[in-house]
Design a protein around this ligand. Structure first.
Ligand code: ZN
Length: 371
């Protein structure tokens, strides 16, 4: 087993290494300005007319019907009427008459018509809300969690230190044992223990990109794994006695033996916890709430099931095949270091923003901050 622990003599110590910060890659509805839509406004001659106009408008031309319910109806003497696209060849007057407004109100509204651009959908984050307000008053329901993801305040200092430690281990395994091949680590966030650790094995099969191998090794920790035969030799000679101190859960079968010995033989990694919880009974998994399978709550309640509730740290942004494999495995969070040319989480597309998929994970790009 010592054959794996040959390293260059000069090594960087963990406390000298740069700190890693994880930044959320948000889907476009949070990351971009909402699209604009052209609407008609009417400027009333005085404010006393507003309540009479609104009585008819809210009944006969409600904002909900125009899918503009995120907008307020009135700004000083300006009244929001309808989307320009709704006219369908009619004039504004004809349209207002056609929806059933009284002649008196139509006359009031048509005295001073003008157009403007407003946000076509509701602002999701405060920065979008502030931009939206500049155009037209709108409603806003702040989402604390999404704001913290956007600001980067979601992680505590302790969590950031943990990310740094895991990325450090990831990079050391990749550079010292694997000739800088892409590497990945799966973590159980309940215990912060390493569940599985894998490197790309495309020399064995073109499908064995790092994330697919990592998912397969997580399956091993649950008594499964599609590539049992191919990796048999990597999981032999494990002396479990070596791991009593930092073993959290009984299953270490998601971590190849040479990585286990590398971690254990090196003082820099002495506080790295290892071990996966073995699966519980099948009936419990089947009764789990399928819509919330990715949550840590379900991991707590039902035990490990695929990658439910787990977090993946990858040295490279996954390709589309691997990003989909991570969807199928129901992972909770994906952290990656380097962007890839074919990356499917930010470079080519954001797979996690495809609403039609039946599972979505959170994505973080990790950046080195030198102090
Ligand atoms: Zn891939």
């Amino acid at each position: 087993m010592t054959e794996y622990i040959c390293r260059p003599t000069k090594r960087i110590k963990l406390n000298e290494s740069p700190k890693w910060y994880a930044y959320a890659i948000l889907t476009d509805e949070y990351a971009k300005e909402p699209p604009l839509v052209k609407v008609y406004l009417s400027k009333l001659e005085n404010k006393r007319q507003i309540s009479r106009v609104m009585q008819e408008l809210s009944k006969l031309l409600p904002v909900e019907q125009m899918k503009l319910q995120h907008l307020k109806r009135v700004r000083q003497q300006d009244i929001l009427l309808f989307k320009m696209n709704d006219l369908n060849g009619q004039t504004v007057t004809e349209y207002l008459v056609s929806v059933g407004l009284s002649a008196e109100i139509v006359e009031l509204l048509c005295k001073n018509i003008h157009e403007t651009d407003v946000f076509a959908s509701a602002p999701m984050l405060r920065w979008q809300y502030e931009l939206a307000q500049l155009r037209w008053p709108c409603k806003f329901h702040p989402d604390k969690y999404m704001e913290s993801l956007n600001e980067g305040s979601i992680f505590s200092e302790k969590q950031r230190n943990f990310h740094t430690k895991i990325l450090y281990l990831l990079n050391e395994i990749s550079s010292e044992l694997e000739n800088n091949k892409p590497c990945g680590i799966c973590i159980d966030p309940r215990t912060n223990a390493v569940v599985a650790l894998a490197t790309s094995r495309t020399t064995i099969s073109p499908l064995m990109h790092c994330p697919t191998v990592l998912i397969d090794f997580v399956a091993r920790s649950q008594g499964g794994g599609a590539w049992q035969k191919e990796f048999l030799h990597e999981f032999q000679n494990v002396d479990e006695n070596l791991f009593n101190k930092n073993k959290i859960n009984p299953s270490m079968s998601g971590i190849p033996s040479h990585y286990l010995h590398f971690i254990r033989a090196d003082k820099r990694f002495e506080d790295i916890k290892i071990g996966a919880e073995p699966p519980r009974s099948k009936t419990m998994i089947e009764s789990a709430d399928q819509t919330a399978l990715s949550s840590v709550g379900n991991l707590e309640k039902y035990g490990p099931y695929l990658c439910t509730g787990y977090e993946m740290f990858l040295s490279q942004e996954p390709c589309l095949m691997c990003a989909m494999a991570l969807v199928h495995s129901r992972v909770r969070r994906v952290y990656f270091q380097k962007r890839s040319k074919n990356g499917a989480l930010v470079s080519r597309l954001k797979l996690h923003s495809v609403k039609e998929l039946n599972h979505h994970y959170e994505v973080f790009e990790c950046k080195e901050i030198c102090s």
